[in-house]
Ligand binder design. Structure first.
Ligand code: SF4
Length: 339
């Protein structure tokens, strides 16, 4: 039976993002810079990772709190072997209505798209930060072309995965020139394009407030070419603010963690690939659930501990980022828990 659990700010727990690997085939400079995640970096080995059965067990417990949506992230989730098997297992958990992915889409071939669709995937968020190869390759730092991502998106759509969103992180001096080319690429395509303000995630992306281009500036740039109007949120706590082209060419979104924090509606928890639970994207430490899964604890015992953990939650980093001393705060790496 489902019983809601509420944190210190009155927020329930509805979305669970699960990182299934710390590996990725890209080295995006704002997430997994090569200098840190280079050849000598020690990635997690298979026994350290939560098994599919352990993930399923945890999802069953989280479903008891009202979690309905699971998003698999990474690193790049498509590098985890047999991911489709895990998708089926999680979709068979009573209460779970939707399983989606966050991916760079470069590994989505026609065959892979078909197997993801068959496993139950209907939504994929794809990261694409520029339309010109020079900029995109400078960001992904592995020479991956824009076309490889567009091919992945096309393969997903032709396999029937209709819920494709493209996320673009815009950074001053890096890819602000990509805003309009991205808009032109996805207007009228059925793909929802979302612009993300550059965030101070992790500890290695060289974030500085001066490198942030606000959502307001991004919307102004777009609406000068294609007038926009606001659209109501799909649900309370939706991360992106929705806008649509007045000429009917579709929807775009902006995610404004820096200039318009949305912690008040944050119903998300994040699970790392080794089973550490983080109650905020900017958390310094997580809670080791893998130990509980492997020390003989019962589901009821784990359930009780998780309830207490969430009930103690008072995260609102984005609201206090500029008002409290944060300079020395060590934060979990985004590649470790996904966005
Ligand atoms: S900063 Fe933390 S609490 Fe605020 S919206 Fe992001 S993840 Fe949620």
């Amino acid at each position: 039976m489902e019983t809601q659990v509420i944190d210190q700010m009155g927020r329930g727990l509805r979305d669970l993002r699960i990182s299934v690997t710390d590996r990725c085939n890209f080295r995006c400079t704002y997430c997994m810079p090569k200098e840190v995640f280079g050849a000598g970096y020690r990635y997690l080995n298979r026994t350290e990772l939560l098994s599919f059965e352990e993930i399923e067990r945890l999802v069953r417990i989280f479903a008891g709190y009202g979690v309905r949506k699971i998003r698999f992230t990474g690193g790049e989730p498509l590098v985890r072997r047999d991911l489709e098997q895990l998708i089926r297992m999680v979709l068979s958990v009573p209460g779970i209505e939707d399983v989606s992915l966050t991916s760079n889409a470069s590994l989505i071939t026609q065959e892979r798209a078909a197997s993801l669709y068959e496993a139950g995937i209907r939504r994929i968020n794809v990261s694409l930060d520029a339309m010109d190869d020079q900029t995109f390759m400078a960001i992904n730092d592995v020479g991956a072309s824009v076309q490889s991502v567009l091919d992945g998106i096309a393969a997903a759509q032709s396999a029937g995965i209709a819920g494709v969103k493209v996320n673009a992180v815009i950074k001053q001096g890096v890819n602000e020139h990509a805003i309009l080319p991205l808009v032109e690429q996805f207007r009228g395509s059925g793909v929802i394009l979302r612009f993300i303000e550059f965030m101070d995630v992790g500890n290695h992306n060289g974030w500085d407030k001066s490198s942030v281009i606000s959502s307001r500036e991004i919307l102004k740039t777009i609406s000068e070419q294609h007038p926009l109007e606001p659209v109501d949120a799909n649900y309370h706590g939706e991360v992106a603010q929705r806008w649509q082209y007045i000429d009917g060419a579709g929807e775009i979104g902006v995610i404004s963690s820096i200039t318009q924090p949305f912690c008040g509606g944050c119903h998300r928890a994040r699970l790392s690939a080794i089973g550490q639970l983080f109650t905020c994207l900017f958390a310094s430490e997580g809670t080791d659930l893998r130990a509980w899964l492997r020390d003989g604890s019962t589901d009821d015992q784990i359930d009780q501990r998780l309830r207490q953990l969430w009930q103690r939650r008072d995260d609102r980093y984005s609201e206090i980022r500029f008002t409290e001393p944060m300079a020395n705060r060590q934060k979990v790496e985004m590649s470790y828990i996904g966005g």
